[in-house]
Design a binder for this molecule. Structure first.
Ligand code: FES
Length: 154
C-alpha cells in the first residue's frame, strides 16, 4: 500500500478507522462505513473487522468473548452463544449426529453467515475495506432496508 502523505485521501474503498495505538487500546471499536455498522477488533496482535450485529438475531457482538473452537478463533455472541469465526464469518457448532454408526460429538459448520471485511495498516493508520461479495450473507439483514429486502427475495 502507498504511504499517505498529509492531506492525501486514502485509495478508493479504503476507510480510515483510527490510529493503530488507539484501536489497540480500545480493543473493540464501532464504526459506520458507507452506512454499514462494523466492529473493529484487536485480538492477539491481529485486527479483524466484521458486521457489528450478529447474523442470528442482531445480538451485540461487541460484548462477546473470543475463544478458539475447532482451531478457529471465534467470537461468541452473548445473546444465544453462537460461535462465529473472526477470519471468515463462519458459524460453527458442536453436535452429535444420532444416525452415525458410533455417535460422537464433533464440530459442524453452518457456512459463512457473518460478513467480514479487510483490515490493513500503513504507518500506524488502520483502514477497513468493506466486503463487496455480491451474494447475500445473513448478517446483511441487520444492515438496513436493502439487506432485509434481499432476504425477503430469497
Ligand atoms: Fe447472536 Fe442469537 S443473536 S446468537
Amino acid at each position: 500500500m502507498e504511504d499517505r502523505g498529509e492531506g492525501e485521501e486514502p485509495a478508493a474503498g479504503l476507510h480510515f478507522v483510527g490510529m493503530k495505538e488507539d484501536l489497540i487500546k480500545a480493543k473493540r471499536s464501532f464504526r459506520t462505513l458507507e452506512g454499514r455498522d462494523i466492529l473493529v477488533l484487536y485480538h492477539q496482535e491481529m485486527f479483524y473487522a466484521l458486521d457489528f450485529h450478529c447474523y442470528h438475531a442482531g445480538g451485540p457482538l461487541q460484548n462477546g468473548d473470543i475463544e478458539e473452537f475447532d482451531g478457529k478463533l471465534c467470537i461468541v455472541c452473548p445473546k444465544h452463544k453462537y460461535k462465529i469465526s473472526l477470519a471468515e464469518g463462519e458459524s460453527i457448532y458442536r453436535a452429535t449426529n444420532p444416525y452415525d454408526p458410533v455417535p460422537t460429538t464433533r464440530w459442524y459448520s453452518k457456512g459463512i453467515k457473518q460478513r467480514v471485511h479487510t483490515v490493513t495498516e500503513t504507518d500506524g493508520d488502520v483502514y477497513v475495506t468493506l466486503s463487496h461479495m455480491s451474494r447475500f450473507i445473513e448478517s446483511d439483514y441487520f444492515q438496513g432496508e436493502k439487506g432485509k429486502a434481499e432476504r425477503e427475495r430469497m
